[in-house]
Design a protein around this ligand. Structure first.
Ligand code: DHB
Ligand code: MG
Length: 215
């Protein structure tokens, strides 16, 4: 069994993707958005993590079609909110429809614009941040995010492995430079302790960085 087939199996066993998420994925596909949202199991993990830490204020960079936004919003405590930032108007509009169809509009605040422009206008403090926007500026997004986290808060960065390219010194492009610089911040910034975990499955070989702010 390859890893993608196992993901499909586990999704079916655990019921990771329900009707609202299926509809969100279908709406995004129909609108021509790139099919790079988190997998159903990854989305469920994000939502459960939000719940596990009792997150009330969640920050997401990179709304895309709102798939992970829905997952995170389901995990926030009552009265909590997900602030989600999307570069493209068209994507944000698609996401807004899916978030509304999932009955979560009240818990989600959508912002449109480059993450680096929107972040300085956001106050925080956030309990949980999910960085899944432009990879080339992940390091700058991370710096601005760290300034807006509460002590003990959790920061997750998507796509830090990129099919293993992050570890190959021959590989170099703007995305890899941004990811590598973000990993160095996670190592060096005294405010956060972090690890990184590889993932395989429907999204191929990739990984999450996971950091916890010091208290
Ligand atoms: C890409 C971006 C993502 O956030 C992701 O999860 C997978 C791929 C991309 O830009 O290729
Ligand atoms: Mg991603």
């Amino acid at each position: 069994m390859d890893a993608a087939a196992v993901d499909i199996h586990l999704d079916a066993v655990l019921g990771a993707e329900d009707d609202a998420l299926r509809a969100a994925a279908e709406r995004a596909r129909a609108a021509g958005l790139p099919e790079i949202a988190v997998s159903p199991l990854q989305g469920l993990w994000l939502g459960l993590l939000a719940r596990a830490i009792g997150a009330r204020r969640v920050l997401e960079l990179g709304t895309l079609g709102g798939y992970s936004t829905i997952c995170l919003a389901r995990g926030v405590a009552d009265g909590g909110t997900v602030t989600t930032v999307e570069l493209r108007d068209e994507y944000a509009a698609v996401a807004g429809e899916s978030i509304a169809a999932a009955g979560l509009s009240e818990r989600v605040a959508q912002r449109v614009g480059p993450a680096l422009d929107v972040l300085p206008t956001l106050d925080g403090p956030f309990d949980l941040a999910f960085l899944d926007a432009d990879k080339a500026t992940m390091d700058q997004q991370l710096r601005l995010t760290l300034d807006r986290m509460r002590p003990g808060g959790v920061v997750i960065c998507d796509n830090v492995v990129r099919d293993g390219r992050v570890a190959d010194p021959e590989q170099d492009d703007a995305s890899l430079r941004g990811i590598r610089a973000a990993l160095q911040i996670l190592r060096d910034d005294p405010r956060i302790d972090a690890t990184a975990l590889q993932t395989v499955g429907l999204k191929g070989h990739d990984g999450f960085a996971f950091g916890v702010l010091r208290s």
